[in-house]
Design a protein around this ligand. Structure first.
Ligand code: NAP
Length: 241
């Protein structure tokens, strides 16, 4: 790998779509750090990436612990250098019971709070910690892994905490992208939907493989300089917010 290779951090990359994004970026010549929750998961992930033949290095980053994120990211930067590409992939879907059928009127504050911490506060803290450095260095790519569940256009009932968190992540994408555009630096912040993907979250009936679900995120993570900023994409095409 060339010494000029970009350095990427993919959160929640020990399984599912994040694992596939990390493998795909590494295959494209990017140096990749896979964010995982704990040192034990880092060991397991290192084995899994080795078995997959992917040159990916695990790094401990629990995104639900927003207050400790700046310190954790400082440690990662000391060990590996500045992050050029961030994929905010980690998320939880804990609405229940019944997923799609989960009613707002049964939702507890605890479910809302835990969903918000992982799906919104975590990505927000990571963006605030990393994007100023990207702007100062003049280059950066940020991908926020969102969902059609967060589209306000056609918003309907079902897993309310998750939907609200992804709508908020989309808003965060717009706000951050507007600021980076104003800076004039080549820093692009976009959101994407992976489609419905066969993972622990998506379930066994989903039509897409994790590698297919990773494609648009990989495209956004490696965008050329005249690529889009502040958009929402699925299958590399713009989605309505
Ligand atoms: P998944 O199989 O449930 O995997 C989630 C990943 O996030 C795991 O690696 C998990 O780590 C990690 N994670 C959760 N909480 C974390 C925390 N506090 N700190 C660090 N990592 C944490 O989900 P997925 O299907 O791959 O989903 C990936 C992304 O795509 C999510 O943002 C999801 O909302 C989005 N998405 C998925 C689908 C779908 O059909 N699958 C559809 C639309 C959007 P642990 O192993 O430690 O739990």
């Amino acid at each position: 790998m060339g010494k000029d290779a970009k350095l990427a951090l993919v959160t929640g990359a020990n399984r599912g779509i994040g694992f596939a994004i990390a493998c795909g970026l590494a295959a494209g010549g990017v140096r990749v750090l896979a964010g995982v929750r704990s040192t034990e998961k880092a060991r397991e992930a290192a084995d899994a990436f080795r078995k997959a033949g992917a040159a990916v290095t695990p790094a401990v980053l629990d995104v639900a612990d927003a207050r400790r994120i700046p310190e954790a990211l400082d440690g990662i930067a000391r060990d590996h250098g500045p992050i050029d590409i961030l994929v905010n992939n980690a998320a939880v879907l804990i609405d229940g019971p019944g997923g799609f059928a989960a009613s707002l009127f049964d939702m507890t504050d605890d479910v809302f709070r835990r969903t918000w911490e992982t799906n919104v506060l975590g990505p927000s803290a990571i963006i605030r910690a990393l994007v100023p450095g990207m702007m100062a260095r003049g280059f950066g790519r940020v991908v926020n892994m969102s969902s059609r569940a967060g589209q306000l256009n056609g918003m309907s009932a079902g897993f309310p905490a998750y939907r609200v968190s992804k709508a908020a992540l989309n808003a965060l994408t717009r706000i951050a992208a507007d600021e980076t555009a104003a800076s004039g630096a080549d820093v692009k912040i976009n959101a994407c939907s992976p489609g419905w993907v066969r993972t622990d979250m998506g379930g066994a009936d989903a039509p897409r493989s994790p590698a297919e679900g990773a494609e648009t995120a990989i495209w956004l993570a490696t965008l050329i300089s005249d690529g889009p900023n502040g958009g929402f994409f699925e299958d590399k095409k713009a989605l309505a917010w």
